[in-house]
Structure formats: C-alpha cells, structure tokens
Design a protein around this ligand. Sequence first.
Ligand SMILES: Nc1ncnc2c1ncn2[C@@H]1O[C@H](COP(=O)(O)OP(=O)(O)OP(=O)(O)O)[C@@H](O)[C@H]1O
Ligand SMILES: [Mg+2]
Length: 254
Amino acid sequence: MTRRRRIYEGKAKVLFEGPEPGTLVQYFKDDTSAFNNSKQGVITGKGVLNNRISEYLMSRLSEIGVPTHFVRRLNMREQLIREVEIIPIELVVRNVAAGDFAKRFGLAEGTALPRSIVEYYYKSDELGDPLVTEEHITAFGWAAPQDLDDMVALALRVNDYLSGLFLGIGLKLVDFTLEFGRLWENEDMRIVIADEISPDNCRLWDIKTNEKLDKDRFREDLGKVEEAYQEVARRLGILPEGGPGDVKPPKAVQ
Ligand SMILES: Nc1ncnc2c1ncn2[C@@H]1O[C@H](COP(=O)(O)OP(=O)(O)OP(=O)(O)O)[C@@H](O)[C@H]1O
Ligand SMILES: [Mg+2]
C-alpha cells in the first residue's frame, strides 16, 4: 500500500491526501460514536459497508444530476473524493418524527410529519452541534443565502429520490443528515454533497415491521448492529460476497 499523508482523523473516517491535487482519499473506520462522542464503540465491518453504501447512493444521485464529491471507490475501505471547502452546517431532512426531534416536540416516534422538514445544525463538537436558523447562518457568515438555497434544493431532491429508492427495497427513509462543500473550478463555485450517505447518518426502518436498520441500534443498544448495516447493503444488492470481507475472524488452530 502506498504511504499517504494523513490530513484529518475524525470519529468515523480518516482523510488522506489524494493522488492528484484537489482530491482526497476517505478511509472508513469501524469506530462509531453517538450523542456528541459521549458514547463510543466499534461496529465490526461497518467501514467496509458504509464505503460501499455511500459509493452506491452517491453514484445513483450523480446519475440524476445531483453533484457529489464522490469520484470512485479504491478498495474495501477507501474511496477517492474531490476535496471541498466544507460548509459548517449539517442539513437534516425529516419525514417521520424520531430521535431528538420526537422528544423536542413531544411526538411519538414514528409520527408521519405533515411535510418534509429541513433543519440546520452548526457543526461544532465543542457546542454539541446546536440547532440554528437561517438568520444565524447568514449573520455569522457560515453560508450565504444563495448557498443555503442551493443546499435546501439539493437536500429535497435527495430526499425525494432516496425515499423512492429505499421504498423499493422495503425501507422507510425516516430522516437523514447531509454535509455540503464548495467545489471551485477556476472562478466558478458549485455546492456539492460531501461526507457520506449511509446508515450512520440515515434513519431507515423496515416498512412492514418498523425495525430499525441504522445507527439507532447502536445508540439505543438494540443489538444486531452489524447485521442491520449488512441488511441495508444486502437489500441494495451490494453486500460484498461472504460479508464485509476484510474482517473475517482468524481461523482457529487445531
Ligand atoms: N470532500 C470533502 N472534502 C473535505 N472534507 C470532507 C469532505 N467530505 C467530508 N469531509 C470532512 O471529513 C470529515 C470526515 O470524518 P468524520 O465523519 O469521521 O468526522 P467526524 O468526527 O464525524 O466530525 P464531523 O463532526 O466534522 O463530521 C468530516 O469533518 C467531514 O466534514
Ligand atoms: Mg462525520
């Protein structure tokens, strides 16, 4: 394996310098965190599955003209991406009440919302990613009004497309988080989807049973966490043969 300069190590991924200027290699770890890093763990094989799932979903999105940072998958745990200037706002699109949102409004988990609701969170580990409004975002200069318009329009297209895609494999897209970045090409700037789209940042429930098949299994100690990620990959038709593959336990010596 070639040696690469490590640029950033986050909770779930590592970013390395890419082979060409303007590119990065995104390495997917099995490490998992929740509740602003207060809960930590490892989901064996998650990195392999999220690498594949994010590759698949971002590829489908780019086919319908939604711009993303994804270039190509390199191996089991790494993908080549375009380096972007990350906008420090996470967009959450919600179709059904769950998690923190259900608590905040006193709604039972699973209540269908009257329409899709978009929320903004300021990306700051120290502050615990607070919920913010358009006023905060533009006043503090985190994003321009035009950037926000583009982000919301993209997020709603992603929601429509992915809701249908998941429905087709018996999954309900309850909510999801997106990160965006600015991609510069000469003097022109485009907003593209960055980071990842996977069961780490999507809530996915089985249509018939409402069984959770996402990171909530880890957050809520529901068990069968690895199996849930595998099930999503299996239904998408992209489960690597023989499971995640690079994580086979060592053979027992007789
Ligand atoms: N195309 C890209 N160019 C530059 N940075 C990116 C790109 N895609 C994702 N990132 C950033 O890479 C990091 C991915 O690592 P990881 O998801 O582990 O971070 P994290 O610990 O969850 O922290 P964060 O709260 O920033 O997401 C994130 O900070 C994300 O914003
Ligand atoms: Mg992250």
